[in-house]
Design a binder for this molecule. Structure first.
Ligand code: HH2
Length: 281
């Protein structure tokens, strides 16, 4: 399946976690059949890509053994791939390879290490920045210059993959992966610095914990994951308006609407959805 075009609007990647413990949708579609139903629902809602994951990356998540991760994701990838572009969210080369054989055409790699698998199989690759691993990444993360460090890391990864023969490379600043709230905000404020590298940028803020904190007044408990739609949409729309060409989200219909309003990357931006309709009262 050829990559979807990004001519009309930024792409919307729908999150499908086949896990018992993901921070937002963990356990909701842990059974493969439920996951396929949810994936098809997102297709109906306008998702361009469905991102299937079998291992949570949230802080302190328990690692999943290889055979268990394969058991979780492969039937789901196989069932969805005839209907939509499927990405596999994994850090294991074996899982990426098996998922590609089952029909996935994009490797969403939060470890930014699996470019060789993408090169070997002629599929796309997302390189995400993270500091540390789920076990330790939120233990006082520190950067001298978070934007500069993330940008340099992603530029190097992308160049290595491109030199190694990966034709489709995406870069992602890894919001929430070894970052404080301040780091996340600085990275979001500098999406254009990543876009300036000339490599397609994707951003995932959907329902993340910093949005729970920032959605309520200081001193109040964070908003629960189900109450983070407005903040998720605001940050996704911000990233798209700064040139991100894909956002990874749980709430597909609202984000597709927002992406349609943002319009083509580098194009007329907000308002392009009005093309042909500007004179209507
Ligand atoms: N975030 C998560 C997982 N995978 N991949 C990319 N490229 N970018 C992200 O920001 C990103 C990602 C975390 O979200 P989620 O999958 O909903 O939760 P969990 O890791 O707990 O399964």
């Amino acid at each position: 399946m050829p990559p979807p075009t990004t001519e009309d609007r930024p792409l919307v990647m729908g999150v499908l976690n086949v896990t018992p413990d993901s921070f937002s949708d963990g356990g909701q579609w842990f059974e493969g059949a439920d996951a396929v139903v949810r994936g098809m629902e997102m297709v109906g809602e306008g998702a361009d890509i469905v991102d299937v994951g079998g291992e949570s990356t949230r802080p302190r998540a328990r690692p999943v053994p290889l055979d268990e991760e394969l058991r979780r994701v492969l039937p789901v990838v196989e069932a969805l791939a005839p209907h939509v572009r499927v990405s596999i969210d994994t850090t294991k080369a074996e899982v990426a390879t098996a998922a590609v054989a089952a029909g996935a055409t994009l490797i969403n790699d939060v470890s930014a290490t699996l470019w060789q698998v993408a090169a070997d199989h002629g599929v796309g690759w997302v390189a995400m920045h993270r500091k540390g691993t789920p076990a330790d990444m939120q233990d006082a993360p520190h950067y001298d210059d978070v934007v500069g460090e993330v940008r340099a890391f992603l530029a190097e990864r992308a160049a290595t993959a491109a030199d190694g023969g990966v034709a489709e490379v995406w870069i992602d600043p890894g919001i929430g992966f070894g970052k404080t709230i301040g780091h996340n905000l600085r990275l979001l404020g500098s999406v254009d610095a990543l876009v300036g590298l000339g490599i397609p940028v994707m951003v995932g803020t959907s329902r993340k914990s910093f949005l729970g904190v920032l959605s309520t007044p200081p001193g109040q408990p964070p908003a629960p994951t189900g109450d983070r739609l407005a903040a998720s949409l605001a940050t996704a729309t911000w990233a798209m308006s700064q040139g991100a060409r894909m956002v990874r989200v749980h709430d597909v219909p609202a984000t597709v609407q927002a992406a349609t309003l943002v319009g083509p990357p580098g194009g007329p931006s907000i308002g392009s959805a009005a093309n042909g309709r500007r004179d209507r009262p």
